[in-house]
Design a protein around this ligand. Structure first.
Ligand code: ASP
Length: 332
């Protein structure tokens, strides 16, 4: 076949191919591609405590126009809620009776900061932001993070447990069984992701971690890519639940990468939960983990291992708590 006849052959093959394939392909596309609801600006966050946190984030976004300020100020509300047992210094302690906190913050341009295993700091999310903005590092931990906080002018709070946490800890000590507790009173980690009207994304994640964890244990929340991941080119995701299972699959990063390959936020969350279930098969019945995602158009999704996960959604048309779907059905 000479050069020009080969070109004709290729052209004919392509035309014939598209004539045969196109109608099926189109009708299949029309049937299966759902129309996604999209909202910009929009704030999403995990659990019931997301409602007041979203309100603050929304107010901040209106005032400053800055989506990073919005997510930081939003989760600070949860960090200072005296009734919250899973975020901030009033949270449940580790098995030695000490509260240690984890937090991370990330912008859509890739800037990020986090702190882990931090004591006596009321707003670890703000400390994480200082790591992002005032150091050449991404993550500071333990005593180093505390020293950095002092250098940045943060006050050190008392290590005394809140009355609620003290009572729960004393009760736990009666058996002192080391068993991760998740889905406690329907309010665990707060993970918040937000998009502004121009499509800029940011996220924040903060927690006191698993109740009665081993001293020194760090969960997914301060690990960039596990508890939180944000990329303006694609979208953002955050996580809550048993951190060990989330770290193993780089949960939030995985969701963003699945969205990059064309999955919707909902599909990406579902695929990530399936991956998590497959990797933690032996213990999965005792595991709760939930994910929340948004893409750069403002479409959103959520999915969890067990029933009971919910999220707060705030956009111009709606401010509500929404129940997430789950991999396992409601127990009978
Ligand atoms: N993800 C948190 C951790 O593992 C806890 C939670 O959200 O329940 O520390």
């Amino acid at each position: 076949m000479n050069h020009s006849s080969r070109r004709i052959f290729l052209r004919n093959t392509t035309l014939a191919g598209s004539a045969l394939i196109a109608p099926n392909f189109l009708s299949c596309q029309q049937k299966t591609t759902p129309v996604l609801e999209t909202y910009k600006p929009q704030i999403l966050s995990t659990w019931n405590h997301g409602m007041p946190a979203n309100n603050e984030a929304w107010k901040t976004l209106q005032q400053t126009g800055n989506i990073v300020d919005a997510v930081e100020q939003g989760v600070r509300v949860t960090e200072s809620d005296p009734d919250n047992l899973s975020v901030g210094l009033q949270g449940l302690p580790d098995r030695d009776g000490i509260v240690t906190l984890d937090a991370s913050i990330m912008k859509g341009d890739g800037s990020c900061g986090s702190v882990s295993f931090v004591r006596q700091i009321k707003h670890p999310i703000t400390l994480a932001r200082r790591v992002m903005e005032n150091t050449p590092h991404v993550m500071l931990s333990g005593e180093g993070a505390r020293r950095f906080a002092i250098a940045e002018g943060f006050a050190l709070e008392t290590e005394q447990l809140s009355p609620k946490a003290e009572a729960a800890y004393q009760k736990w000590l009666e058996n002192a069984q080391y068993k991760p507790v998740v889905n406690v009173e329907n309010h665990d980690t707060i993970g918040m992701i937000g998009i502004d009207a121009e499509g800029r994304l940011a996220g924040a994640c903060t927690t006191s971690g698993l109740a009665y964890k081993m001293h020194g244990r760090v969960g997914d929340s301060p690990i960039i890519g596990a508890g939180l991941y944000v990329d303006d080119e694609v979208g953002a995701a955050t996580a809550t639940g048993l951190g060990e299972t989330i770290i193993k699959i780089c949960g939030s990063f995985l969701i963003v990468e699945l969205m990059r390959q064309g999955r919707s936020p909902q599909e990406a969350c579902e695929e990530t939960v399936r991956r998590l279930v497959a990797k933690s098969k032996a213990t999965i019945k005792d595991v709760q983990a939930g994910f929340l995602a948004i893409n750069k158009d403002g479409a959103f999704g959520a999915y969890a291992v067990q029933p009971g996960f919910n999220f707060a959604q705030h956009h111009p048309a709606k401010q509500a708590l929404v129940d997430s779907q789950s991999y396992f059905p409601q127990h009978g």
